[in-house]
Design a binder for this molecule. Structure first.
Ligand SMILES: *Cc1c(COP(=O)(O)O)cnc(C)c1O
Ligand code: SF4
Length: 328
């Protein structure tokens, strides 16, 4: 992580891109810093400003432009914060944000404005997690999120295990992470030891937006996780200029499955300030999703969802409307 590219000038030079992008990139990086890990950079095509991986990380001048309906907390996270770093929105599962750090900075991220300083569930040996679980015995699943929870070291992660073992109410541990994709070497021996020591079902929800993100080191990391019994799911975000075509989505879903990962969610972009240029209009979005449904086996079609503040679950779009003429 320490080796990541953080200087827009270095990013542009590494990809043989002209300095025409520089001023905009520097302006936008002042709002949300640039961060690109080198193993991820290696999957980008040189000399190609439209590369779908580059588009996810390149700061653009557009980010500074205000857009109607785009704000700092589009999904109501501040309101759902019930204790330090604990978000409780849905029944039966609690989400702990353990760190603000990520290995990569995704320009569309809804957490770019989140107050991580105040919200760290890993503090004091995960005390806020234990207090919350003990007050809420119906919680059967703990979700580690962030930031990226795998930017924590094994020492911090290890502190979770005795507390979880002492609470049989917790059946599943879920980890929302992009780290094994952007730095596959994160899935190392120490991490696998930790997985084996966690005596509960582990679900890992990865974040891949484009098939080009999956290379041989990612496949190898996924194989190790699968061999240890970890369930692998993916959430993607529908992003203009990155993956807003049916071909890109179909290839993504098939490539994910080839790497042992099932598509779980395709998220509608959260309306976070600075990300309006990634939005896909509702009409083209539904047409794209219909085409995915028509071209993919059912088990490879992710649920198209939108997060709505205050809703009891992620809100599904386009469900059940496929048949133009319902059978009588
Ligand atoms: C998205 C989310 C979850 C997980 O929802 P699932 O539909 O179970 O994947 C849990 N807690 C919070 C706060 C969330 O935003
Ligand atoms: S939380 Fe996820 S989407 Fe947001 S910047 Fe970190 S890795 Fe990217």
């Amino acid at each position: 992580m320490a080796d990541a590219i953080t200087d827009p000038r270095e990013l542009l030079a590494a990809l043989d891109l002209g300095s025409g992008w520089l001023t905009g990139a520097q302006e936008a990086a002042a709002l949300f810093p640039l961060r690109v890990p080198r193993p991820y950079l290696a999957r980008m095509r040189r000399g190609c400003p439209d590369d779908p991986l580059l588009r996810q990380v390149l700061p653009l001048r557009e980010e500074g432009r205000a857009a109607a309906g785009f704000g700092p907390d589009p999904v109501g996270d501040r309101r759902a914060l019930v204790a330090a770093g604990i978000l409780q929105k849905y029944e039966g599962r609690a989400l702990a944000t353990a760190t603000g750090a990520c290995a990569i900075h995704c320009r569309y991220c809804f957490r770019r404005h989140f107050p991580y300083g105040e919200a760290n569930a890993a503090r004091d040996g995960w005390r806020a997690v234990w207090e919350h679980l003990d007050k809420n015995p119906a919680i059967a699943e703990l979700i580690l999120s962030g930031g990226d929870p795998l930017s924590l070291g094994e020492d911090r992660l290890a502190q979770l295990l005795p507390g979880l073992a002492a609470r049989p109410q917790v059946l599943r541990l879920r980890i929302h992470t992009r780290l094994p994709i952007v730095i596959p070497a994160r899935i190392d021996d120490a991490f696998m030891d930790w997985i084996h020591a966690a005596r509960l079902q582990v679900v890992m929800v990865l974040h891949v937006n484009h098939a080009q993100e999956i290379d041989q080191p990612v496949r190898a990391a996924m194989s190790r996780l699968r061999a240890a019994g970890v369930t692998l799911l993916n959430q993607a975000v529908l992003l203009a200029g990155v993956n807003d075509s049916a071909d890109a989505q179909v290839t993504l879903c098939e490539t994910l499955f080839g790497a042992g990962i099932l598509p779980y969610y395709l998220h509608v972009l959260d309306h976070v300030a600075g990300a309006a240029h990634f939005a896909v209009a509702p009409g083209p979005m539904m047409a794209l999703f219909r085409e995915m449904e028509a071209r993919l086996p059912g088990y490879l079609v992710p649920k198209l969802v939108q997060e709505q503040a205050g809703a009891p679950a992620k809100v599904r779009l386009g469900a059940g409307a496929l048949a133009p003429n319902p059978v009588e």
